[in-house]
Ligand binder design. Structure first.
Ligand code: COA
Length: 180
């Protein structure tokens, strides 16, 4: 899916739209992740990373941008990306599509939107963490040009550990057309 299909839009989210994003995150996590992550860790991570005050603080303090995927007017996915301590490197923090729409190119659509927005802000690289067992996401990232650049085990408290790959993509800004 290279072009945004008719009836589909990607819009930057405002603080007023974060409750909808938090609800969608909860629904997607509880449906998608039980095959990969134990239930207790899912609830722990939702509380720690997706509770509304947490999302509000990210939007307000860390200049993280949230984008909503709208299909036929309904929010069916979202992404979040933002700067790191290196001004050339941006991080994709979140990428979520309603499981009913998986395997149709919507994840790639959101991803390429994030890449373009990070490029506009001067990023040359986009990085992310992905659970090593998250095969669908790994496939989507590989397909979109990300490569594994590291492997990390991150202790997140509560006795839980995130066993992730770090993936990185070199971003190429679109070349302006020179029509004469
Ligand atoms: C990761 C995630 C966003 C990927 O979303 P997705 O929409 O399934 O991924 P893509 O956009 O790359 O879709 C590609 C699939 O659609 C198919 N497809 C169908 N029509 C297509 C089109 N027009 N364009 C592109 N792909 C198309 C591809 O063949 C591919 O199928 P495959 O996965 O069986 O190989 C999604 O799985 C998700 O939300 N997972 C839960 C949350 C998660 O794990 N997030 C990542 C955290 S790091």
């Amino acid at each position: 899916m290279n072009d945004t299909p008719i009836g589909t839009q990607i819009q930057r989210a405002t603080a007023a739209e974060l409750p909808e994003i938090a609800r969608l995150a909860g629904a997607i996590w509880r449906e998608y992740y039980p095959a990969i992550i134990p239930a207790a860790q899912i609830e722990y991570m939702l509380e720690r990373m997706y509770a509304l005050p947490k999302l509000e603080a990210e939007l307000r303090e860390q200049t993280i941008r949230f984008d909503r995927l709208l299909v036929a007017g309904h929010c069916r996915g979202f992404s979040a990306c933002g700067p790191t301590t290196d001004p050339r490197v941006y991080k994709l923090h979140k990428l979520y599509v309603d499981p009913a729409l998986h395997g149709a190119g919507y994840g790639s659509l959101l991803l390429s939107h994030c890449e373009q927005e990070c490029c506009k802000l001067g990023a040359t690289h986009l990085c992310l963490n992905v659970n090593k067992a998250n095969e669908r996401a790994l496939r989507a990232y590989r397909r979109n040009g990300f490569v594994i650049t590291d492997a990390v085990e991150v202790a997140i408290g509560g006795g839980f550990v995130m066993d992730d790959y770090v993936m990185t993509k070199v971003l190429t800004p679109p070349t302006p057309l020179t029509v004469q």
